[in-house]
Structures are given as structure tokens and as C-alpha cells.
Design a protein around this ligand. Structure first.
Ligand code: NAP
Length: 485
């Protein structure tokens, strides 16, 4: 194999956090031919799609920032969705990658033929690339609940990720189905606006306390004037979150016990009515489901206009939600905060690799990828925040940055002419999967609850090792794990 420099054309799918990152870094490494396909008319990914009242990121903003674009002006420790969306738009503009984005172009097909990826979009565009980076997001496809009569509801009904801002909530009787991170944020934001709020809880959630003070102007000025101070905050938060990874992957650890105690104390200290407290108390370990953080949920649910409904839902009717005890909870608006199809990833896009290998077949049981990045027989296709990666209560920005730095090292081999095709071997993928399954058993996510972390077998479909191992793996690819042609 020669080592001739090669001009590469790279297509990035998705202009969310990871897609913008990819565009910026690909250009920085000197790849001039970069195109980003985005199905919507605006960048921002999850922050564009989720606009529900109360939306915020429960990862501190100074950590949930690109390491190369730290933001001295975050308004609070945990900023709201609109501020985060504005941040991504500003960073994309400042790095001049907006012109690379083709908006309103949903990639529907992606086929490896004659040594290149051939893409097609819903709008009929055809394009080709040497490398494809799938930055298509994790929690992207809304999951609608399978509840009888949902279509019979006479009022407004929408999923939390499809918020209908034309619906007037002030003084309305609102129902929220779900008690995940989304529903908890919605509850805190809506309770003082509505006439009545019914929160339909199928499974109680542990809630860790969250302190969300605003940054005053003086603090922001110091961050502006002293970038080292700002970086120090980012780095120390990163270390703290790395510590969190040690407890969730070791359910028996004292650190995990301390997190659980904090959740129990939060419940005891925040909820005064013993009956309500018991109905809010989960019967599984804290952290088993993705930990919810909130500074206002317990306060909100104790307000007179709020009601926690624990009786199971029988069906939805024109007038509201009927619970199994026969009671009709009359509603004007019904919000479905029922989560996402977390295992969809690039799907339903039709992806066809070498020799006609269909991703739909490879992933028929469940999605897998070597180190969550590369799939055997799908050369030069790299996934950011792909299957089984570190997604639980971490900064996905940090995850994507580490993954992209790794991917760029593989891309470098293509650029230098060291190879023209690169993808993980089946053996490396199987070996990684075996290790992952083994380690999963010790994690808090496998201690007996249902959650979107679990695959169809009940195995946590997330990175089950300490975050430090992720850093190490991402530092430099083990080329022995790759087939290079
Ligand atoms: P989720 O965690 O999957 O929660 C869905 C909720 O809907 C659960 O309470 C579930 O109950 C309930 N549900 C689903 N189907 C139901 C049905 N048929 N009947 C009754 N209840 C039903 O979804 P999410 O709250 O949207 O959060 C998803 C993830 O997004 C989070 O875990 C987090 O990773 C991310 N997120 C992050 C933030 C942040 O601040 N960083 C904010 C929001 C979301 P069961 O528990 O019984 O299944």
C-alpha cells in the first residue's frame, strides 16, 4: 500500500451537537470537502427539537460545552434549553460551518458501492463521499405510549419532543404521562401556570437534589477575563463526572451507596406527607434508571393544584384519562413525556455496507458497534454517540469530542493513503461485546428496574466500564482491531 496523500470528501449526517463538532474539527484538520446533511431547517439537534417548558440540561453548562469553545457567559450552573440552543448556533457561526450545512435534507439511504458511500435524501438529492460520519443522535425518535383511546382525546395531545406552542396552558387542566427527566422538568415549570396538573406515574423515580444558582455578572466577568479560571471549572467538573462513572459501573461501591443515600434523604426531607412520600418512593435502587436531578419537582408535586396519579391508566377518552379505579381525570391538554426509541440510532435510514450487507439485518436483534464507533463491513462509516457508548448522566459533548478525535486518526490513514477502506473486524467487535456484557452485570443499571438503558435481553446497552477506560480507548485506535484495505 502506498502512502499518497488523498483528498477526501466527508459527509456528516446531522447538524446537532456532534455534527457541528465534526464539521469544525474536520475543517481544522485540513479536510476542505465537508458537507453536513440536516433534515430540519435549523441546527441544534435535541435542543432544537425539545422546547418543552422547563427544558434544561442537568449536566453543568461549563461541562456541557465544547472544550474549544468554553462559554464565560452561561447564566446558571444548569442552563435552559434556549440558552444551549443559542450557544450551538453561535459556535457554528463563529466557526463558519453553517454554510456547510444542507438544511431540509433528510438522508434516507446510504450505500457503499465501488469504494465510496452513495447517499440519497428524501428530497431526491444524490451525493457521494469517501467517509460518512453519522452524528444522528441517541434520543431522537419519540416513543408514543401504547394506551387505548389516545386518538379519542378531544383536547391537545403531543409528545414532549413535539411541543405544540400554540396550545394555551395558562389556567388549563394538564396531564403529564411519565416521570422521567423530561416529565420532572415539565412538572416544575408548569405547576404554577395551570389550573390543575395531573402527573401520571407508572414507576416512581429517584430524584437527586440539584442546586442551580445563577452566575452573577462579576463571576462572568472573571470568566471572560481569565480563560484559565474558566477552563479550571470545566476540567474540575469533568473529573467529578468521571468519579460518577466509577460508582454507576460498580453497584456495590460505597460511592454508589452515597448517591443512593442522597436520593433517599432528598425524598425524606422534601416531601412532608407520608402517604405521598411512599407513593413517590421507588422500589429499586437509585441510579438503576437514569438518575433524575431536580431542584423543584418535589416542591411542585406537593402544591394544591398538582396531583400525583399512581393508579394505572386504563384508557384515554375524549374528556381525559380514565384510571383503573374508574375515575376520569378531566383534562384540556395531555403531554406524553414517554421517552424515545433509544435503539434507533441511524435507523430508519437504509444503510448498506460492503457486498450488500444491510445494517437493518446486522442490527436486527439490537445495535452493536466496535467501541460504539465502527461496524464490520461498513467501511469508512463512523458513529458518534453510537450504540453502547457512555450516555448515562455524562456530558455527551465530552464523549463526542473524544470519539471524534479517535475517528480523525482513522480518517488520517485514509488521507495519507495508508488504506482506502477501514472498519472494525468482526473479531474485535465480538470481543468488545463479550467484555461489555461481562462488565454490564456489575453496573447499577442491571440491579432490577426497567429503563431505556436496557436492551431486549435486559442488558444495559451503555458503556459499562469506568470513563477512564473510555478515555484510554479513544486516545489512539488499536489498529489490530481494524480491517484495512
Ligand atoms: P424516559 O426517561 O424514558 O421516561 C419515560 C417516562 O414515561 C417513564 O416515567 C415511563 O414510565 C413513562 N411511560 C412510558 N410509557 C408509558 C405508558 N405507556 N404509560 C405510562 N407511563 C409511561 O424519557 P424522558 O423523561 O424523555 O428522558 C429520556 C432521557 O432523555 C433521559 O433519561 C435523559 O437521558 C435525557 N434527558 C435529559 C435531560 C437533561 O436534563 N439532561 C432532560 C430530559 C431528558 P416507566 O418508568 O414505568 O417506564
Amino acid at each position: 500500500m502506498g502512502t499518497q496523500a488523498r483528498e477526501l470528501r466527508v459527509i456528516v449526517i446531522g447538524a446537532g451537537m456532534a455534527g457541528i463538532l465534526s464539521a469544525i474539527k474536520l475543517r481544522e484538520t485540513g479536510i476542505g470537502d465537508v458537507v453536513v446533511y440536516e433534515k430540519a431547517d435549523r441546527l441544534g439537534g435535541t435542543w432544537r427539537e425539545n422546547t418543552y417548558p422547563g427544558i434544561a440540561c442537568d449536566v453543568p453548562s461549563h461541562l456541557y460545552s465544547y472544550s474549544f469553545a468554553l462559554n464565560p457567559d452561561w447564566s446558571r450552573s444548569f442552563s435552559d434549553g434556549a440558552e444551549i440552543q443559542a450557544y450551538f448556533e453561535r459556535v457554528a457561526e463563529e466557526h463558519d460551518v453553517v454554510p456547510l450545512i444542507r438544511f431540509g435534507e433528510e438522508v434516507t439511504g446510504c450505500e457503499w458501492r465501488d469504494g465510496r458511500w452513495h447517499l440519497s435524501t428524501a428530497a431526491g438529492t444524490r451525493d457521494e463521499a469517501d467517509v460518512v460520519i453519522a452524528a444522528t443522535g441517541v434520543l431522537h425518535h419519540p416513543k408514543y405510549p401504547d394506551i387505548d383511546g389516545l386518538d379519542d382525546f378531544a383536547g391537545a395531545c403531543f409528545h414532549s419532543a413535539r411541543w405544540d406552542h400554540s396550545v394555551d396552558l395558562d389556567g388549563a387542566r394538564v396531564g403529564v404521562i411519565g416521570t422521567g427527566s423530561t416529565a420532572v422538568q415539565i412538572t416544575g415549570a408548569l405547576v404554577d401556570r395551570v389550573a390543575h396538573l395531573s402527573v401520571f406515574q407508572r414507576t416512581a423515580q429517584w430524584i437527586a437534589p440539584l442546586d442551580n444558582p445563577p452566575y452573577d455578572e462579576e463571576t462572568r466577568r472573571l470568566f471572560r477575563e481569565d480563560p484559565e479560571r474558566l477552563r479550571g471549572v470545566h476540567d474540575s467538573l469533568s473529573v467529578a463526572f468521571e468519579g460518577f462513572s466509577l460508582c454507576v459501573v460498580d453497584a456495590a461501591s460505597p460511592a454508589m451507596a452515597a448517591v443512593e443515600k442522597a436520593c433517599r434523604d432528598n425524598l425524606e426531607q422534601s416531601v412532608s406527607d407520608p402517604d405521598l412520600r411512599e407513593r413517590l418512593r421507588p422500589d429499586y435502587r437509585a441510579g438503576c434508571k437514569r438518575l433524575v436531578l431536580s431542584d423543584n419537582f418535589y416542591e411542585a408535586i406537593q402544591k394544591p393544584q398538582a396531583e400525583l396519579v399512581t393508579e394505572p391508566i386504563e384508557r384515554v377518552e375524549a374528556g381525559g384519562v380514565r384510571t383503573r379505579d374508574g375515575r376520569l381525570h378531566e383534562l384540556d391538554v395531555l403531554v406524553l413525556a414517554t421517552g424515545f426509541h433509544a435503539d434507533a440510532f441511524m435507523r430508519p435510514m437504509g444503510v448498506v455496507g460492503r457486498n450488500g450487507t444491510e445494517l437493518a439485518d446486522v442490527w436486527a436483534d439490537r445495535p452493536t458497534a466496535y467501541l460504539s464507533i465502527s461496524i464490520p463491513e461498513f467501511p469508512n462509516l463512523f458513529l458518534l454517540n453510537g450504540p453502547n457508548g457512555p450516555v448515562g448522566n455524562f456530558s455527551l459533548i465530552e464523549v463526542a469530542e473524544l470519539q471524534l478525535a479517535y475517528v480523525l486518526q482513522l480518517v488520517d490513514r485514509l488521507r495519507s493513503g495508508e488504506c482506502t477502506e477501514i472498519s472494525a473486524t468482526q473479531a474485535a467487535t465480538d470481543d468488545f461485546e463479550d467484555q461489555r456484557l461481562e462488565a454490564s452485570r456489575n453496573t447499577i443499571w442491571a440491579t432490577g428496574c426497567t429503563s431505556w438503558y436496557l436492551d431486549d435481553r435486559g442488558v444495559p446497552a451503555v458503556w459499562p466500564f469506568p470513563f477512564a477506560r473510555f478515555r484510554e480507548e479513544m486516545a489512539a485506535p488499536d489498529l489490530g482491531a481494524y480491517e484495512q484495505v
